[in-house]
Ligand binder design. Structure first.
Ligand code: MG
Length: 388
């Protein structure tokens, strides 16, 4: 088996020297690896800082202790790095993908994304994965020599988790895998699953904190019940936050342990000798055991029914949808209501691409907003007592 000079990297990992490179050629970094440089560029980006004021499930002003997109992204990165190390994968790449995966998210989480997608229906639609790519490829203004962050192909491949076939066709090499139905790198596969592990578990924690989920009712979820019973048996007097955290901590641990064991076995069985063999493999190699896959599906279903569709969450997301719709209609009707820079994009893209160009400029502006900025823009536009 070939070994990388950095002995921790397995042959199936993403090696710097096998990278498909950057859109604009640059000299290699002096002190860092290529993916380490990507990770650093993401952390220095403006879009990354905005994640702190964007909704995961609970809107930013609902409480200071709930996950935001920023803390969510950090948890994803942390889970993904642990697994990457255990599997001999490139920790820097998986961290870069994890930290960037939600950069294109609108304010107000999925409600905001759905609302913006509906507004954009006649203009090419809005997909948050595609928007994350647009942020790192086009919208960030950080470097003299190129637009965006000029990340490696591998980081961009991981950021573009899904995309509609019609959009894939316009993305060249990056979109090809959705047309050919091939796989991305193991690091990209891993960041995707680590995202799921992170939100399933932290949403249980946040849902219990908010009083929207109930410990007794959660016994219906096998993953929760098994750990609940184990903790109660070991610590019969444990109550409150420590009980919840001990259960959630063990759920993450059990899920991660299953993923590492199952994936290790698959990697040794198929032994891909190169990242391109990973891409050509007929199915993802990063996987849960069938049993654990079933448990996590049940957990997701439970959260959909009892948390994401809880009336208190729905009430907030209905308001959020309305904010996005009102902003879109106002800016689309009169782009000069946007700050000069965005109004300028709307003018330029209108001349180049017609109404779809103007709509894209409006969508970029709205998608970049934090929850609280969107609410204050909404108030400025709709409250006649406010004069700016
Ligand atoms: Mg996420």
């Amino acid at each position: 088996m070939r070994r990388h000079p950095d002995r921790r990297l397995a042959p199936w990992a993403a090696w710097d020297e096998h990278s498909r490179g950057r859109r604009f050629e640059e000299p290699p970094p002096a002190l860092r690896g290529e993916f380490q440089r990507d990770r650093d560029r993401i952390i220095h980006s403006t879009a990354f800082r905005r994640l702190v004021y964007k909704t995961q499930v609970f809107v930013n002003h609902e409480g200071d202790l709930y996950r935001t997109r920023l803390t969510h992204s950090l948890e994803v990165a942390q889970i993904a790095r642990t697994i990457a190390r255990a599997l001999g994968l490139n920790e820097y790449l998986v961290e870069a993908v994890s930290l960037a995966h939600d950069l294109g998210h609108t304010p107000f989480g999925h409600a905001g994304q759905d609302a913006l997608n509906a507004c954009m229906r006649d203009y090419g639609g809005f997909e948050h994965n595609l928007q994350s790519l647009r942020v790192v490829d086009e919208l960030e203004e950080k470097y003299a020599d190129f637009p965006g962050l000029n990340l490696t192909f591998e980081t961009r491949e991981g950021v573009l988790k899904h995309c509609a076939l019609k959009n894939a066709r316009s993305l060249g090499e990056l979109g090809q895998r959705f047309i050919d139905r091939t796989q991305p790198s193991l690091e990209a596969q891993l960041a995707n699953i680590a995202d799921e592990i992170a939100y399933n578990n932290h949403d249980i924690d946040d849902g219990l904190r908010a009083g929207l989920l109930d410990m007794q009712a959660l016994q219906d979820v096998v993953l929760f019940r098994v750990q609940y019973e184990a903790v109660r048996a070991a610590y019969p007097d444990l109550r409150g936050r420590r009980l919840i955290h001990e259960i959630v901590r063990r759920m993450i641990d059990a899920t991660v342990a299953d993923l590492v064991a199952t994936t290790s076995a698959r990697l040794f069985e198929h032994a891909p000798e190169h990242i391109d063999a990973v891409r050509a493999h007929p199915e993802p190699l990063i996987a849960f055991s069938p049993e654990m896959a079933g448990y996590t599906r049940d957990m997701k279903r439970y959260l959909h029914e009892h948390l994401y569709r809880h009336h208190r969450v729905l009430r907030m997301t209905t308001k959020a949808r309305n904010v996005v719709r009102v902003l879109f209609e106002a800016f689309m009707g009169e782009p000069r209501l946007m700050p000069d820079e965005h109004a300028g994009h709307a003018r330029a893209w209108q001349s180049a691409h017609g109404d779809a160009g103007r709509a894209r400029a409006v969508a970029d502006y709205i998608a970049g907003m934090t929850d609280r900025y969107a609410i204050s823009e909404y108030e400025r536009l709709t409250d006649p007592r406010r004069n700016s």
